[in-house]
Design a protein around this ligand. Structure first.
Ligand code: GP9
Ligand code: MN
Length: 620
């Protein structure tokens, strides 16, 4: 009994151990997974175990005579998956995903070069399979026996324990990894290549089902809704920035409360404050992002659609049909690009930008970054902007571009020499650091403008700045109360979701600046900008409005269904007077619009989940 049970498990465990070792070797030799400390190395090392135990464990449900054949087959299939990823990685520096498999243009590019990407050493991947095959022939069994239920139970309980241990480690290393799904590299690093494929497959099948069930009638209702809520834009401003280059700057984690505020007598954002006075400046402008953070803001900016309530649309729906700004401006003769000094696969940007129709994505590989010029999440903003301004010179003009900053990102690390403000001295280190990195970012913006002037790009451009989302979460309310000198009620919390937004048109807004008090949100950026660029709205499907429209009904919906109108702020089921912050005794007047807010979010979700814009284009 002892003997048979031993041999029963030994083949399985040998095969799994081979695969584990092989996976780890492939991680280290074929992928470029950045490891920052011992803990991360440990997670990387153990992450294949739980999946391998499960996958090989399926063999325990088979009769003994078939089991080893299954195990050998399993090793073969997993080896092919490893190999496919290795080859794909050599070409794209990325892991395989299901949307990529379906994206024929991607694969087409790869198809011709597979043979040249294959290296003879890759055959070493099959060594364990040969060993296993020999072992199997030696100890072949004809037994009809099955594994006792109790044994299987213990085996799978152990595998599950391993999975939870792994998930626990991952959660500590990267909170909300699964719901936010940041980056493929991060998923593989924390959960294993195999679990990543399962996760990717689940997302894909859900998207697939929702898409399959949708038809063009779904879009007609939404089109009617959008049409009926459109308001005539301000004719006087039509085309004031016609044919100019567009530079849209995403200010990482930058909230409005830092603007026009002093810290111990020193301005926190002198550059932005000055720019605001020479721009169209929107002082009650809200971010509308969800779990997709920066990428959600990008989605709002380029599509004027809401991001999703759960997960990041950049991941879940990157192969949808969109009519994003790059595509619209291409028809006006623009070239288009995004500048961001991070991994191209972060937030799945590389794939999503293709769907948006961008000509070029200048990712980290287009930048020179050294340890000296990097801090926290990567290349420092000053260096980023300097190099970006030079890269922009290489673009055919006019161009539409977006540049994403990074230094002012949690945990707001900075180099000692970049400290420009006195210590804030609040009870939260995060809040204290935040002021320093915001100040640094502001200085980087100043140098960027200077560099644009030097490069001859300033006068013929329109430069847009927006904050992507909050940087200080509610966990730091105590410190924020110290800073603001008031209690953070749900009303104040909503006001903290305001982010900077300004449109700077040299020669126009410096002579005739405007300060806009009415509320607006990121969803309004596109219609407002396109109108200034002189692009007519030919029944675009978008939920934003021209912020200058005389008869606009100011109404900004947050991703959680809260909203801000001219009169009210509705959040947390409570209704406040927008200007005084007084809570209304009767929330009824707020609830009327709350329904409308939900309807808008719903319609937008339907567009994304059903991939409805593919029908819009068919009709054209
Ligand atoms: C990374 C940057 C930061 O590329 O966009 O992402 P965030 O965590 O702010 O969404
Ligand atoms: Mn961000």
């Amino acid at each position: 009994m002892v003997n048979t049970s031993k041999s029963k498990y030994s083949f399985l465990l040998i095969a799994a151990a081979f695969m584990w070792l092989k996976t780890y070797i492939v991680y280290k030799t074929s992928f470029d997974i950045k490891i920052e400390n011992f803990g991360q190395e440990l997670i990387l090392l153990i992450n294949p175990i739980s999946f391998l135990l499960f996958f090989y464990g399926i063999g325990l449900f088979l009769k003994e005579k078939n089991r080893n054949r299954y195990i050998l087959g399993a090793s073969f299939v997993l080896t092919l998956i490893l190999l496919a990823n290795m080859i794909f990685y050599r070409f794209f520096n990325d892991f395989l995903t299901f949307p990529i498999l379906f994206q024929t243009n991607n694969m087409g590019e790869l198809g011709g070069s597979i043979s040249s990407l294959f290296q003879p050493a890759d055959l070493l991947l099959f060594v364990d399979i040969i060993i296993l095959a020999i072992l199997m022939r030696r100890s072949s069994s004809k037994s009809e026996q099955r594994t006792p239920k109790r044994e299987k139970k213990i085996y799978f309980l152990l595998s599950a324990a391993m999975l939870f241990l792994n998930l626990g480690f991952a959660e500590v290393a990267r909170p909300e990894l699964l719901t936010r799904s940041f980056d493929r590299e991060m998923l593989v690093k924390n959960l294993s290549l195999y679990n990543f494929h399962i996760y990717d497959g689940l997302i894909q099948s859900k998207t697939f089902a929702q898409r399959a069930m949708a038809d063009s009638n779904n879009l007609t209702e939404i089109e009617n809704f959008v049409k009926s809520s459109k308001k005539k834009p301000d004719d006087n401003l039509f085309g004031v920035a016609k044919n100019r280059n567009v530079i849209v700057v995403s200010l990482e984690s930058t909230q409005s409360f830092v603007m026009n505020r002093d810290l111990k007598g020193e301005e926190i954002t002198p550059t932005l404050n000055k720019l605001a006075k020479e721009s169209y400046n929107f002082e009650n402008f809200y971010h509308q992002t969800g779990q997709g953070k920066t990428s959600d803001a990008e989605f709002l900016v380029d599509n004027s659609l809401y991001p999703l309530g759960r997960g990041a649309v950049f991941f879940t729906n990157s192969d949808n049909k969109y009519t994003a700004t790059p595509e619209l401006l291409k028809q006006e003769g623009y070239s288009t690009a995004v500048f961001h000094a991070n991994n191209k696969s972060f937030w799945n940007r590389d794939l999503m930008y293709q769907s948006f129709g961008y000509d070029k994505f200048f990712d980290i590989n287009s930048y020179k970054a050294t340890p000296e010029s990097s801090v926290g999440w990567g290349l420092k903003d000053k260096e980023f902007f300097q190099q970006t301004a030079d890269l922009m010179k290489t673009m055919p003009q006019p161009f539409y571009s977006r540049a994403l900053t990074l230094t002012n990102h949690y945990p707001f690390d900075y180099k000692p020499e970049d400290k420009m403000l006195p210590d804030a001295g609040t009870s939260s280190k995060t809040v204290n650091n935040y002021f320093q990195t915001v100040r640094y970012e502001d200085e980087a913006v100043k140098e960027f403008i200077k560099k644009l002037k030097e490069n001859g790009l300033y006068d013929n451009s329109v430069i847009v700045f927006y904050g992507d989302h909050y940087g200080i979460s509610e966990n730091h309310n105590a410190a924020m109360e110290q800073v603001l000198g008031k209690k953070i009620t749900p009303y104040e919390n909503m006001q903290l979701q305001r982010v900077p937004f300004m449109i700077h048109i040299p020669g126009v807004t410096d002579k005739n600046p405007k300060n806009i008090e009415e509320p607006g949100g990121q969803i309004d950026i596109r219609p407002t900008l396109l109108h200034l660029l002189g692009v007519k709205d030919q029944n675009r499907i978008e939920f934003g409005h021209d912020l200058f429209s005389k008869n606009r009904f100011p109404f900004t919906v947050m991703r959680d269904g809260s909203y801000v109108s001219d009169k009210y702020i509705y959040t947390d089921g409570k209704c406040f007077d927008r200007k005084t912050g007084q809570q209304e005794k009767d929330p009824k007047q707020c609830e009327v619009y709350s329904e409308r807010a939900k309807q808008e979010l719903n319609y937008s979700d339907n567009i994304i989940n059903g991939d409805l814009l593919r029908f819009y284009n068919q009709k054209e």
